[in-house]
Design a protein around this ligand. Sequence first.
Ligand code: ATP
Ligand code: MG
Length: 427
Amino acid sequence: MTRKVSDNDMSALARLSTLVNSSLDLMAVLDNAMKYVEELMDAETSSIFEVDHERDELRFRLARGKWGSKAQEIRLSMGEGIAGRVAQEGKPIVVPDIEQDERFASRIDAHTGFKTRSIICVPIKHKGRLIGVLEVLNKRGGPFDEDDVELLTVVSNQIGIAMENARLYERLRARFTLTTEELKKTQQKVIQSERMVALARLSQGVAHEVRNPVMSIGGFAMRIKQKLPSDNPMHKYADIIIKETARLEKMVRDIEDYANMREPRFGEVNLKKLTKHALEDWKEKGGLANIEIQLDLPDDEATLPGDEGLLRVVLNNLFQNAAEAMANEGILSVVAYPEGKHVIIRVADTGRGIDPDKLPLIFDPFFTANTSGSGLGLTTVHRIVSEHGGEISVDSIPGEGTEFRIQLPLYPDDMQLSELEASQRRA
Ligand SMILES: Nc1ncnc2c1ncn2[C@@H]1O[C@H](COP(=O)(O)OP(=O)(O)OP(=O)(O)O)[C@@H](O)[C@H]1O
Ligand SMILES: [Mg+2]
């Protein structure tokens, strides 16, 4: 019995490729497709092999029939048996009588107990790349012929798309399936950043309310001081009011800056230039004093995706804190290097260090040990690093020094997702 591929067959086959959403679905789709092909060809059984390019082997992706589970244990090397030949040569092979063909690998039959009489086998390709091999065994009504090759080639194209879609889907899912541990970490991060946002909003409201009164108090204290005769003992009280209002004014400004901070605008940031510019900014503010700077940066071309302006703010805050902790005397070291899919930037100082019980609080808004600080520096640092998809951690030994470690992704998540989605659309 010979037959042409009908329109009906074609549309049933075309549906194959759209059905696949996971490897579980894929098995069901492949099984149904091959059952259908067996019925059309009136053949006994069929199998699909997948190429393992790393090991240069073929392994069963689907082996139908009661021999299937035994067959699954076997792997064929490239060139071995009919399937191995088809994989190696990339062309269909029809074997009308296995007894007459020495290419046949009898070890599968020996292992499974199945008796192969005839084979038709075609490659499965996707975008010209070999991904597997499809074979149908033992046609009942006569030998396999050219019509069968034509039908199987159409099926193998569709199966190729289905297998590739399932592979891409699995890759996407693996990327976005979080383990319980990761989920917990992410949840903590969300809580932490929500808490920061809520606090920032509250303080923005308060800052707005106190801004004008604080400025008036400061201004009037200054006037009072000017009006007082220089030997008046009230001078020192006026000085205290002026100093405290100046601190409050700085706090209001810091809160407003924090609240008005822009979203990152991503560009290509040169790591060496970033560090150089941040050090220059800091020097301009008079931050250097007696501090020795040690740099260990990657070559001139090393870049990362980010917002240079905001990353400069990050480094500046870390330099500023380091200088304060060293009382302007000591060693500040900046080290940057790529590590896997990230860039690591470490900023270390030889300052007074941070008590272990204070360590969990340092990124909180308004946590400060400095009389002149607002405690928003590290909150800002944390926010910018998070908005870059990165992480920041700290190690500190009281009396010896502190090191901040920033990890920034070379390929932020949404970039990877859109790349993957685009490649899936192209498939
Ligand atoms: N390198 C460091 N060494 C020792 N302590 C540090 C270091 N960096 C931060 N800290 C501690 O963490 C606190 C919080 O730092 P943060 O930068 O958020 O605020 P600040 O420096 O006090 O004030 P601001 O930066 O708003 O002017 C600091 O007051 C300090 O106690
Ligand atoms: Mg600070």
